[in-house]
Design a protein around this ligand. Structure first.
Ligand code: C2O
Ligand code: CU
Ligand code: CU
Length: 479
């Protein structure tokens, strides 16, 4: 299989979107001189060469005919208008994951908007308050629609350019393919839903397996890692390099080098790293994912060109991203609540919890529930009339303690807000980490704090899509 330039797909995807030159992909291109950022996305069936040229291609559902969808670049604090056309045979919505949008623009079917019918359209309008790395995806029939490819990267650019030579979005996908290249039938069943979810066997980077990233010795790049998989956890190591973590889920942190060099990403999570290309010209370095014991594989390859970088040598101080306007929670006065995650399969094969603790499903929504939050299972992708589990007064500081009482990993995601991760299992979490999706290992307890300042009904759910649709979901109201 030939080398594949990751940059090229981003660019092609971008051009196909018809967004226009002001959104040109490729770093540090900036959208100058327009206050309204306007674009169109069309969700429809298309085909993609996930395995590369010369291999059978795959029938997917995509945005604008490319997998992942076109790279959307918006500017912080500038209004955006995104018209979504539904060319699918079923209804859909789009969720702007991690962007603190007004509730009516959050893309949760029934709860925040009527779903977009086949042939219909909906215009999303919001002004992104935070710069950073985000993504967009379907929030309707999400297990199937994300599973078939309805995902894409979303970058909100800082008002002032960050001093790196190149900016590289790396969006990972995970697929279970048949020998003929088509998606294996079904994205879940009771068993898969109650365990690790639909983990595939083919990992793609920007839509291509065995991706190769061309680099030049001496350059400094920002890589925006995005886990766009349905269920696969990742732990990436850059062989021969020392990535500096500068942001989680779009929100800047205190820059640090992870002690073990591992970058752990549950589904929906993002990590921005700054990487100095200190390798040898002409050499190749592997980026290895070893999250699952005994199943390590090469997720990407850095390929050094024979030349050194032509850009002038920069002083190599650590990159510090400008802060986003996040309200600081007042921990002393905060309202403290527990979010208890229950259910799933135990090691021995029996179901945990649900029956015995009197778990009940939301009427009409509870079919096939195998998980619960505080004894209650909301299933599916969102619906009208989901009663909130908790209501917070607008402006209130909140500390949620997420308690994983299951034998499985859960990347827990809150819509409409970013939260500061305070402690994990009683130990303070360093580096000022703000996230919108926090990964809980089995039995973990994690304390998160935020100001409930965005009014509306907001989803809180696991982003292993099998878990979400089978009960690991609830609604928090800010009123
Ligand atoms: Cu990215 Cu409700 O999800
Ligand atoms: Cu979200
Ligand atoms: Cu989960």
């Amino acid at each position: 299989m030939g080398d594949f330039d990751i940059g090229a797909v981003t660019r092609r995807g971008f051009l196909a979107s018809g967004v226009g030159a002001t959104f040109a992909a490729g770093a540090p291109a900036r959208a100058e001189g327009r206050s309204l950022q306007s674009l169109t996305l069309t969700a429809a069936a298309s085909r993609a060469m996930l395995r590369g040229p010369g291999e059978p291609d795959t029938g997917l559902w995509t945005y604008d005919g490319v997998e992942p969808g076109p790279l959307i670049r918006l500017r912080q604090g500038r209004p955006a208008r995104i018209e979504v056309n539904n060319g699918l045979p079923e209804e859909t919505t789009v969720h702007w994951h991690g962007v603190r949008v007004p509730n009516a623009m959050d893309g949760v079917p029934g709860l925040t908007q009527p779903p977009i019918p086949p042939g219909g359209r909906f215009t999303y309008e919001f002004t992104p308050p935070d710069a950073g790395t985000f993504w967009y995806h379907s929030h309707d029939d999400g297990l199937v629609q994300i599973g078939r490819g309805l995902v894409g990267p979303l970058i909100v650019e800082e008002a002032t350019a960050v001093a790196v030579d190149r900016d590289l979005p790396w969006m990972f996908g995970d697929w279970r393919l048949r020998a003929d290249g088509e998606l294996a039938a079904g994205f879940g069943n009771m068993m898969e839903d109650a365990m690790a979810g639909h983990v595939g066997g083919l990992v793609t980077l920007n839509g291509r397996a065995e991706a190769v990233q061309p680099v030049r010795a001496g350059e400094r790049v920002r890589i925006r890692l995005i886990n766009g998989a349905l269920a696969r956890m990742m732990a990436l190591r850059f062989e021969g390099h020392r990535p500096l973590v500068v942001a989680f889920d779009g929100q800047p942190c205190e820059p640090f080098e992870p002690a073990d060099g591992r970058l752990t990403l549950g589904p929906a999570m993002r990590i921005d790293v700054v990487l100095d290309m200190t390798g040898t010209t002409g050499r190749r370095y592997r980026v290895v994912d070893d999250f699952y014991d005994g199943l390590a594989y090469v997720a990407a390859t850095l390929a050094y060109s024979p030349e050194v970088a032509t850009s002038p040598a920069r002083p190599r101080e650590p990159v510090v991203l400008p802060p986003n306007p996040l309200p600081a929670p007042d921990l002393a006065s905060a309202e403290r609540r527990d979010i208890v995650i229950q259910g799933g399969m135990m090691g021995g094969g029996g179901m945990m919890g649900l029956g015995g603790m009197g778990g009940k499903a939301t009427p009409g929504l509870g079919g096939g529930a195998v998980w619960a939050i505080n004894g209650m299972s909301m299933t599916g992708d969102g619906a009208a009339g989901m009663a909130p589990l908790m209501t917070f007064k607008r402006g209130r500081s909140v500390v949620l303690t997420l308690k994983n009482r299951t034998a499985w990993w859960h990347p827990m995601h809150l819509h409409g807000h970013s939260f500061r991760v305070l402690t994990r299992n009683g130990v303070a979490v360093p580096h000022r980490q703000w996230q919108d999706t926090v990964l809980l290992a089995p039995r973990d307890a994690v304390e998160c704090a935020f100001v409930a300042d965005n009014p509306g009904d907001w989803m809180l759910h696991c982003h292993v899509m099998n878990h979400q649709v089978s009960g690991l979901m609830t609604v928090l109201r800010v009123a």
